[in-house]
Design a protein around this ligand. Structure first.
Ligand code: GLN
Length: 212
């Protein structure tokens, strides 16, 4: 086993480059060897040690995934193996079990359904479209600047989901085993501690799968 980590950023739509940069910086801060690549083909997904689903537009991303059967199968197979995944904003929506839009109500869209949460899309309304706020996040010391852009919130969580952060009474970060979801965009804050938290999951998973 190579001890170099290979982390993929789903390269269909959204903040792909920003996540590649943030993850690369986080690896450097942690003194870990690794490569971060954009992934969009099944054979790439099957090779990675962790996957980031970026922020962007969840309906478009879902559509692009659903057009590629093999890609969806590869993602599903890796999820069953416990692949660590971090989904930010639209990425968290794509991972969720259920979602509706606060502005337009129900909208049919592909959801991977592996994160046991219900999402309210565009949860902070039109006036409060994009904003920044200092957050308390479990697992991160000191406050963290969350950047919210037409952000969703989590309105309910299943029994295996841990709430990592709340803002204004709304849940904005969660963890379910190896899956992290955030309403905000950790790749845009210049603070890589959220990516570092994710990389810790990746490192542990890689160690565990090697021992089996
Ligand atoms: N509002 C977008 C959606 O529902 C998410 C916005 C984002 O990722 N910044 O997909």
């Amino acid at each position: 086993m190579s001890n170099e980590l290979l982390i993929g950023v789903l390269g269909l739509q959204g903040d792909i480059e920003e996540n590649i940069k943030a993850t690369t910086e986080a690896l450097r801060e942690m003194n870990l060897k690794g490569k971060v690549i954009s992934v969009r083909y099944p054979e790439e997904i099957m090779k990675i040690d962790g996957l980031i689903i970026p922020g962007g537009e969840s309906t478009v991303m879902g559509l692009l995934i659903s057009l590629k059967d093999e890609l969806l199968h590869a993602i599903t197979r890796m999820i069953q193996r416990g692949l660590p995944i971090m989904g930010a904003c639209a990425g968290m929506i794509v991972l969720a079990k259920k979602s509706y839009d606060k502005v337009i109500g129900d909208k049919k869209q592909l959801l991977l359904g592996i994160l046991d949460i219900e999402i309210e899309r565009n949860s902070f309304g039109r006036q409060h479209d994009s904003f920044e706020s200092d957050l308390e996040i479990s697992g991160i010391n000191d406050s963290y600047k969350g950047i919210f852009i037409r952000a969703p919130s989590v309105i309910s969580v299943g029994p295996n989901v841990q709430i990592l952060s709340k803002f204004g009474g709304k849940i904005v970060a969660v963890r379910q085993e190896n899956i992290i979801g955030t309403s905000f965009h950790p790749e845009l804050s210049g603070d890589y501690r959220m990516h570092r938290l994710f990389i810790e999951l990746v490192t542990n998973w890689k160690k565990e799968s090697f021992q089996q």
